[in-house]
Design a protein around this ligand. Structure first.
Ligand code: PLP
Length: 446
């Protein structure tokens, strides 16, 4: 595989951008990443003309794949040609806000921002402003973007910043708790209940191997928040408009958060974030309330048009049926492969998300109840061994993934996320033939 142009570009990039990239994970492929020239349906084509079947899909935003349906492309072009942005409100912001509040029952009102990170920053500020409390509870191994209050690791009693540049004093206001551990969460509320502004949680750990909640976990979070006057904030930046269709993951799990953060798909492939929820909370943002929130590019008309046209297309077409059916076909096929060859792998994912985790557990393969990806079903033969927390995923065999597995899949023309943790996605452009070809590649490489 010739990658001379990518290599030369990366050489130049290393001189002018830290690590040669603008988002850390893009530098993970070894020895260097390929540079993308164009998208084509479910494929990307690199600077040297190599074609890859793409399951990275922009790390989540590209539900429809790289070929946008005609109405989506037309909406983007017509808004771009009106002039890029105005610093005054536009009709399309209202239309997207109405669409989201119609389809996501917990959302009555919404504020659009420019990234998932900005959404979680604002949600934390809102929760603190509304409750007058400082403490934020997060999940160990959860991800809420590059922000001070959540780049925190360690145990509930000993939180530590997870990166240079964050004062210990910030980390002290964050309590990281193991996902799926109801007792640990109860204890945290017994100890800190009066200081907790919110639980900020992904409904599924979506940036860390894809870990599903155990039965009743979110109900437990809901009732703890209710009992202690804290807000339940779901970070649906990755699951929003992907898991559970237009109702999002909260509708799949039947739990109503107070506030939800969105990003990725809701901007139709353009930079976006949003904070939605009950009017009594969202109205606390300025200018109707006193929690300062503002942004030059917020509610950008091209982004709003792309997001609205994407979601309307999903409402009128078989998008979720298609991607979820192919996701299931892929996970089912992977589960069968793994059962035959290597029971130390766990197939995870739901709807159009999938991943294989190298669990290294010497235990039986997933049984019929979890035949299309781990659902934390207690009647599964390996219920005790499948990943339930961020730490379980962190214990996976990452060197094997990065050095052996990922490069071999790339050489087979399949573009997966280059580390063990990030989710992979099926898009509306993928076909059954693509899935079968992918399974053949996995069979050859695993
Ligand atoms: C991607 C992601 C973010 C961060 O969004 P950015 O747009 O990259 O800032 C936050 N939370 C979750 C759950 C995400 O998946």
């Amino acid at each position: 595989m010739n990658q001379d142009r990518s290599r030369a570009l990366y050489d130049r990039a290393l001189s002018v951008m830290p690590g040669g990239v603008n988002s850390s994970v893009r530098a993970a492929p070894r020895p260097y990443p390929f540079f993308v020239e164009t998208g084509d349906g479910a494929h990307v084509v690199d600077a040297d003309g190599n074609r890859y079947l793409d399951y990275v899909m922009g790390y989540g935003p590209l539900l429809l794949g790289h070929d946008l349906p005609e109405p989506v492309a037309a909406a983007i072009q017509s808004h771009a040609s009106n002039g890029p942005m105005f610093g005054a409100p536009t009709a399309v912001e209202v239309e997207l806000a109405e669409f989201v509040s119609e389809h996501v029952p917990s959302v009555e009102m919404i504020r659009f921002v420019n990234s998932g990170t900005e959404a979680t920053v604002s949600a934390v500020r809102l929760a603190r402003g509304v409750t007058g409390r400082d403490t934020v509870v997060v999940m160990q191994g959860g991800y809420h973007g590059a922000q001070e209050s959540t780049l925190v690791e360690g145990s509930p009693g000993e939180p530590e910043p997870s990166t240079m540049g964050i004062p210990q004093a910030f980390a002290q206001h964050t309590v990281p708790v193991p996902f799926n551990d109801t007792e640990a969460m109860t204890e945290v509320f017994e100890t800190h209940g009066d200081d907790i502004a919110c639980i900020l949680a992904e409904p599924i750990l979506g940036n860390n191997g894809i870990v599903m909640p155990v039965d009743g976990y979110h109900d437990h979070l809901r009732s703890l928040c209710d009992d202690h006057g804290a807000l339940l904030v779901f970070d649906e930046v990755i699951t929003g408009f992907r898991v559970g269709g237009l109702g999002c993951a909260q509708s799949k799990f039947g739990v109503t958060p107070d506030v939800t953060t969105f990003g990725k798909i809701v901007g139709g492939g353009f930079p976006v974030g949003a904070i939605g929820g009950k009017t009594e909370y969202i109205e606390q943002f300025t200018p109707s309330g006193d929690v300062f929130q503002s942004g030059t590019f917020s509610g950008h008309p091209v982004t709003m048009a792309a997001g609205l046209a994407t979601l309307e297309f999903c409402a009128e077409n078989d998008v979720y049926d298609h991607v979820n059916r192919l996701g299931e076909r892929l996970r089912r096929g992977l589960r069968e492969l793994v059962a035959e060859t290597a029971p130390e792998f766990t197939v995870v994912g739901t709807d159009s998300m999938f991943k294989i985790i190298y669990t290294r557990a010497d235990s039986p393969p997933q049984s019929d109840c979890c035949s299309a990806g781990c659902t934390q079903n207690t009647s599964c033969d390996r219920a005790a061994d499948c990943p339930k927390t961020g730490a379980d995923v962190a214990a996976a065999e990452t060197a094997r993934w990065e050095r052996l597995f990922w490069p071999a899949m790339k050489d087979a023309g399949i573009f997966l996320t280059p580390n063990q943790f990030e989710s992979q996605f099926v898009s509306y452009c993928h076909t059954e033939e693509d899935i079968d070809r992918t399974l053949e590649a996995y069979a050859a490489v695993l």
